[in-house]
Write a protein that binds this ligand. Structure first.
Ligand code: CTP
Length: 286
């Protein structure tokens, strides 16, 4: 009904759903069934609805059915002693949303997740890990995969020698020195794997400065096909937030140049849905 459709509450709700990635078919314009009114509010014709569904399914729907998609998500915790650890602000929301969207598209999904406070997505095999070394191990065990999406904020460093018992103040007033050692780069390991490299390897780049340049360097260094770059400077509120403004860097540019696709600010679920659609198209073309 035209009045219901143009009601501010409906307009707000529709905008929210669209931002979440929900697609609409109709309403159409014409005469209303019962009230005798005319305007926007008619149900779309059944054939039009069927055609819209066919177009969606054709675009991405069947391609991922039965494919294995591996996703890493969340932070890693690197123990200092039995009660303390090094961590970061990753919530796991974006990675978990991607795992859920891939499962919804029919993929067999393995999600290797660091410690997060959000539930396991439905229909996904979840492997819970704590440290970068455990994540590396779980990723290796999950291979082979058709697609790898590495969203985890893996700690760059771990404590060189984890203390077996709680560190105590020694009364001197001097803080203890923590020696760190670099963690393995899990994405680069997969991206450069000659035998088990998935057909599509996607990394994320969280940057606070010079986003595109740094993300472009990561694309090459880590042997990824795409890098999903996002600005995590404190003003952006992305880390731990529910929205994301991302840029997709790929090697699709002419002459092997890095191509950059800028996406609008979207909810993390909508970013996941769009990314999975793009993944399906790429796998369909390969
Ligand atoms: N990554 C990974 N293993 C690591 C570090 C990062 O798999 N030890 C992956 C992340 O999951 C992400 C991508 O690499 O997909 C980029 O992560 P980021 O932290 O932005 O990059 P770094 O390698 O840490 O680079 P820098 O320290 O220069 O920012």
């Amino acid at each position: 009904n035209p009045k219901m459709w143009s009601h501010p509450a409906t307009v707000r709700n529709v905008a929210t759903l669209r931002a979440d990635g929900v697609r609409f078919v109709g309403p159409a314009t014409g005469e209303m069934a019962e009230s005798g009114e005319a305007g926007i509010g008619r149900m779309a014709e059944p054939l039009e609805i069927a055609a819209a569904l066919a177009a969606m399914i054709g675009a991405a729907g069947q391609i991922l059915v039965g494919r294995h998609v591996l996703v890493t998500s969340g932070p890693t915790h690197e123990p200092i002693d039995p009660v303390r650890y090094l961590a970061n602000r990753s919530s796991g929301r974006q990675g978990h949303a991607i795992a859920a969207a891939a499962a919804a598209a029919g993929a067999r999904v393995t999600l290797v997740s660091g410690p997060v406070a959000i539930p396991d997505p439905a229909g996904v095999t979840v492997v819970h890990v704590e440290t970068a070394l455990e994540m590396q191990d779980a990723v290796a065990k999950a291979l082979p995969a058709d697609v790898a999406v590495m969203t985890a904020a893996v700690a760059d460093w771990r404590v060189a020698a984890e203390r077996p018992s709680k560190m105590k103040k020694d009364g001197s007033g001097k803080p203890p020195a923590l020696a760190l050692t670099e963690n393995p780069d899990i994405l680069a390991g997969i991206g450069h794997d000659r035998k088990l490299r998935p057909r599509l390897v996607i990394g994320f780049a969280a940057e606070t400065d010079d986003l595109i340049r740094h993300a472009g360097e990561k694309l090459k260094r880590k042997g990824a096909d795409w890098i999903v770059a996002n600005d995590v400077s404190p003003a952006g509120g992305v880390m731990g937030g529910t929205e994301n403004t991302v840029h997709i860097l790929s090697r699709d540019g002419s002459g092997g140049k890095v191509a950059v696709e800028d996406w609008p600010k979207l909810g993390k679920d909508a970013v996941a849905a769009r990314l999975v659609e793009r993944i399906a198209r790429a796998i369909g073309e390969k």
